[in-house]
Design a protein around this ligand. Structure first.
Ligand SMILES: [Zn+2]
Ligand SMILES: [Zn+2]
Length: 106
C-alpha cells in the first residue's frame, strides 16, 4: 500500500526581514512596549498608552536648522549641540529638544 502523500506544509506567514525593511522598532517611552514604525517617521504614537515617542535619528545623517541670527538654512550632523553659521558666524544651539511638544504649523 503506497504511503499517502503528506500535504504541503502551510507556508509561514511572510514577514519583512530585519535588513532592508521599511519598518523599524523602538520601545514606547510610556509603557515600554515594542512599537513598529515606518522608517522616516519622526515620532510614533503608541496604540496601547497613546504616548508619543520620538524616534531617535539614525546615525550618519544630517539635519537642518535655521540660523538663529540670519535665518540661513544650515546643515549639521545629528548629535551636534550647536552649529556655526558660515554666513554670519552665529552659533545656533541645536541640542536635543526637551520633552515639550511642539506642533508644527505650516
Ligand atoms: Zn505605550
Ligand atoms: Zn547666520
Amino acid at each position: 500500500m503506497p504511503v499517502p502523500l503528506a500535504p504541503y506544509p502551510t507556508p509561514p506567514v511572510p514577514f519583512t526581514p530585519p535588513n532592508g525593511t521599511t519598518q523599524s522598532q523602538l520601545v514606547c517611552s510610556g509603557c515600554r512596549n515594542l512599537l513598529l514604525y515606518p522608517v522616516g517617521a519622526t515620532s510614533v504614537c503608541c496604540a496601547v498608552c497613546s504616548v508619543v515617542t520620538n524616534v531617535p535619528p539614525p546615525a550618519n545623517q544630517v539635519a537642518h536648522v535655521n540660523c538663529g541670527n540670519c535665518r540661513m538654512l544650515l546643515m549639521y550632523q545629528y548629535g551636534a549641540r550647536s552649529v556655526k553659521c558660515a554666513v554670519c558666524n552665529f552659533v545656533t544651539s541645536v541640542g536635543a529638544s526637551p520633552s515639550s511638544e511642539q506642533k508644527l504649523s505650516g
